[in-house]
Structure formats: C-alpha cells, structure tokens
Design a protein around this ligand. Structure first.
Ligand code: KIV
Ligand code: ZN
Length: 516
C-alpha cells in the first residue's frame, strides 16, 4: 500500500487564536500551550506577532527558547521593522520561520493599503528577500487571497517563491470562500505558478460561513500540504479552522485523503481543555471531537448498536482523541517535588520559589477537598496561583454565601482593593448574582457582563467547576476564569480575575488593522 503523503499542521492558536476579543494570554500561558502543541507533534507553532508589543515579542522569544521539536514561527507585516523584530524573536528556536504577509485583493489594496498592484508585488518580493537574510524558512501569505484575482495571485506567488519563500499560504481571511471553489483555486494556482513545486502550499481559512474546515479539506484535495488551524477553532470573529476537526477528518478518512498528519491525536482533548481554561473560551457540548457530547450516545437505538458493535454508530474511538484519559497524577500525600516534576512535564515552569509555594499551598487546599488531582486540575490551579502573585488590584480574602428555598440568596465578601481590606454583602437573584453584586459594591467597576459559563474540569461530583466571565468596559473585552469545587466561589474568583485583567495595560498593534 502507498504511504500517505505528509500533511503539515501549522497551529496559530497563539497568534490568530489570540486575536479573538478577550483571548489574550500571558507569556506563561503561551508557554504552556506551546508545550502542549509540541507534545501533540504539531509541525509549526505560530507563536505570535512580535511587532505587536514588547510582551508579544518576549512571549515569542520564550516559546522559541523552550520548544525543540516543533518549528516556531513569528508573524510580520511586509515591513522592515516587523521582519527584523520577528527574526530577533525566533532566533533561539531549534527551527524557526518568519511568516510575512501583504494583502492582494482589490478591496484591501485600494482601501487599506492604498497601493497599486505592481507596488504590492514589489513590496512582497522585497519582504521575502529581507526575511531570507535572517532565516531560510520563509512563509508568505497574500492576505485576503480568497477575494484576490487569481492571475494577480499567480504573479505574486511566482515572484515570492523566486525570492526565496519556502511556503506559500492561501488565506481566506474573511471566510468568504466555498469549498469547491477554494479547492479549485488552490489547484489552479499550483498548476499555473511555474515554480510551484519549489514551495509547500498552505491554506488558512476563517469560519465566517462555518466553512473553514470544509474549505481547508477541499484545498488539501487541490494539493495543499500545510493546513493552518487553531485548537477549538479559536480565532477572530467566527474563528479559524479547528485543528481537531481537520486532523480527525483526514485520519478517519484515509480511504479518501492522499495524505496524513503526524499528530498524536491522544493529546487533542487535553490540549483543547487547556486552551479553553486559559482563554476562557468554553467548548460547546456538541462541538465535533472535543465537545463533551461528541461521543455520548443518548438514544436507545444508538446505544444498543454501539454495545453490539462499536462501529455501528461510532466512526472514531473516544480514547483515540484523548477522552477518558484523565490522568490521576497527584493526591493528598504528594509533596512539593512531585508537584514541580508533574508541572515540568506539562511545560509549567515556576519562575520563583514563591510561585511554587503559592501553587503548592493551593494544591494542598484542593487535595483536601478532592482526592484525585488530574493534569487538568493542575493547569487550572497554576493559572490561579500565577495570577495571585501578579500585583493585582483586587484580591479575594474570604467569601461566604447562603441560599435557602424561599429566601433571597446572600453573599458576604472580604476583598483587598488597592491594598485596603474591604467587606460587603449583597442579596441577589441567585448566589452568583449576589456574589457579583457584593464585589461590585466595593470595586464599582462600571462593566457589563457579556457572558457567564460553567464547565466541569474533570468528571465526578467532586470535580472542580471552572467558571468563565466575560466583561466589557468601554469596548475593551476581557475573560476571567476561576475554578473551585464550589461553583459560586469559582464564579467570584472568575469575576475578580476579569476585573484585574481590565486593570492591566493592553497596547498591542493588531497585525491586520493598521495600514501597511
Ligand atoms: O487571516 C489572515 O489572512 C491572516 C494572515 C496574517 C495570514 O491571519
Ligand atoms: Zn487569519
């Protein structure tokens, strides 16, 4: 039997995924996700846009220092300063890539860039040549390729390959394409571009019409051999193509696709949970592959079929994508060293003894409430411990709530606000409402609550609840997370976490909004 060709997986959770409003991540969080992606055997990790801010630059550089098995990529507009910054950020990588891009659609060239097509072509070639001075692995993307003139795309792509681009990526930036047409576009470009065999062809699809995965798969049939995607389909607006769906479609339908990825699919669910926990973007229960119901058989007929022979209704095995693998890693009697060692394996490093001590104290507290501590619990616990050590404006000291049939629930809270201890109590329509009102009576945040969601971190009635709270203040959106075996406490923690995030500076340049 013929060996399938290799399909490269380029994950952009840390760059395009982070462009979702409210999904911004700290350097430590990015490192944890990068480590999970490496464990999953992703080929390329797009770690960020180094020119966006000092924080972004440092995060990409830290990922480049940490990751040894995957290639680490930095995004750059087709400008000297951006490319220089990306080159410096990926310098420590075992294998690095600079990804530079410039828009080629008539609407973007006229309205955003205010450039003539010939000038765009010239700048694209210049950018690739400049990037090649630093790195021999260069990706070029004609932004908004899905709405670009195919013949102009051919000219640009041929020229950038000649200038040294080793990957050419076809982005459907605004999610406008439909599968048959997008697959045909990729096939046409590969056929028409004279030197097309000298570059890997890649696609990058957005999900505005819910077609990102279908478009990417059609492009694979048209000859693309790199797919750009994010965990859980995170990304701007409706998101990017979901890694887990692409990988499992290709793996499950090997009778159809001529290629396969090198992904260790058993890492899919743990990585999905990690990304949901860090970003606060919960996964809908009926989401393919990683949703809580993705492998649940409700109807009696289905259950009967599955019990007789699994394949009657199941096309994939839950365990193959990492379901049901909650690894009981630590318990009540585990010590500081066991915690440090397990965290290291998860890519979590402690910057100081104080950070380890904080995490250990929280671990002991949790182990008293919950006998078995899983990797997912550790990830949530470390998120909170790290946040607690940052100089936060609002800190939870103690919290008490009571609820009784026929009575309005009451919450009493003690917080430290700007180094001063304050107490408040409030009733509410429910205990969570009472808790938020009590907190707000102290903080007076002036925020609007956009979203409140609860998920269980692991299974079992002693599982921790993980709460996400999305707040909007004057157009700035942040997500806060909190976890606890008591979901009202988890809610209060999540609300406080979001308020603290609103207090932190956020002055990043968006790669696609500013004119080039
Ligand atoms: O969607 C897009 O066009 C992008 C580019 C930067 C590749 O994210
Ligand atoms: Zn994109």
């Amino acid at each position: 039997m013929n060996q399938p060709e290799r399909l490269l997986v380029f994950d952009t959770t840390l760059r395009d995924g982070e462009q979702s409003p409210g999904a911004s991540m700290t350097k430590e969080e990015k490192l944890r996700i990068a480590k999970a992606l490496e464990r999953m055997r992703v080929d390329v990790i797009e770690a960020g846009f180094p020119a966006a801010s000092t924080g972004d630059y440092e995060a990409v550089r830290a990922v480049a220092e940490l990751i040894r098995e995957s290639r680490v990529c930095g995004l750059a507009r087709a400008r000297e300063a951006d490319i220089d910054r990306a080159a410096a950020a990926i310098k420590p990588a075992a294998a690095g890539r600079i990804h530079t891009f410039l828009a080629t659609s008539p609407i973007h060239m006229q309205m955003k860039l205010k450039m003539q097509p010939d000038a765009v072509l010239e700048q694209a070639v210049w950018a690739v040549r400049h990037a090649r001075r630093y790195c021999d692995d260069i990706e070029f993307s004609p932004e908004d390729a899905g709405r670009s003139e195919p013949d102009f795309l051919c000219r640009v792509l041929e020229a950038v390959i000649k200038a040294g681009a080793t990957t050419v990526n076809i982005p459907d930036t605004v999610g406008y394409s439909v599968p048959e047409q997008f697959g045909a576009l990729v096939a046409y470009l590969r056929e028409r571009v004279a030197n097309s065999d000298r570059a890997v062809w890649s696609v990058h699809c957005h999900n505005d019409l819910g077609l990102a995965v279908a478009n990417s798969l059609a492009a694979v049939m048209g000859g693309a051999r790199q797919i750009e995607c994010t965990i859980n389909g995170l990304g701007e607006r409706a998101g990017n193509a979901a890694l887990e769906e692409l990988v499992m479609a290709v793996r499950t339908r090997q009778d159809y696709f001529p290629c396969d990825t090198a992904i260790n699919t058993r890492e899919i669910v743990p990585t999905s949970k990690l990304v949901a926990n860090i970003t606060g973007f919960a996964v809908q229960p009926n989401k393919a592959i990683v949703g809580a119901n993705a492998f649940a058989h409700e109807s009696g007929i289905h259950q009967d079929g599955v019990l007789k022979m699994r394949e009657t209704y199941e096309i994939m095995r839950a365990e193959d994508v990492g379901w049901g693998m909650n690894r009981m890693v630590l318990g009540k009697h585990s010590g500081r060293n066991a915690l440090r060692t397990r965290c290291q394996a998860l890519g979590i490093g402690f910057a100081s003894e104080a950070q380890l001590n904080e995490a250990f104290a929280r671990f002991k507290e949790l182990a008293d409430k919950k006998h078995e501590i899983f990797d997912e619990d550790l990830q949530a616990l470390v998120s909170e411990a790290t946040a607690a050590l940052v100089n936060e404006r609002v800190r939870l000291v103690s919290f008490r709530w009571c609820s009784e049939t026929g009575e309005r629930p009451l919450a009493e809270i003690t917080l430290v606000l700007d180094d001063e201890e304050r107490k408040a109590s409030s009733t509410g329509d429910g205990p969570v409402d009472a808790a938020f009102k009590a907190i707000d009576s102290i903080v007076k945040s002036g925020t609007e609550l956009l979203l409140y969601s609860v998920n269980n971190i692991t299974t079992g009635s002693d599982a921790q609840g993980e709460v996400t709270v999305r707040l909007d203040k004057g157009g700035r959106i942040v997500n806060g997370q909190g976890s606890d075996t008591d979901i009202v406490v988890a809610s209060a923690k999540a609300y406080i976490n979001a308020l603290n995030k609103l207090g932190q500076a956020d002055q990043r340049t968006h790669p696609q909004i500013t004119a080039s």
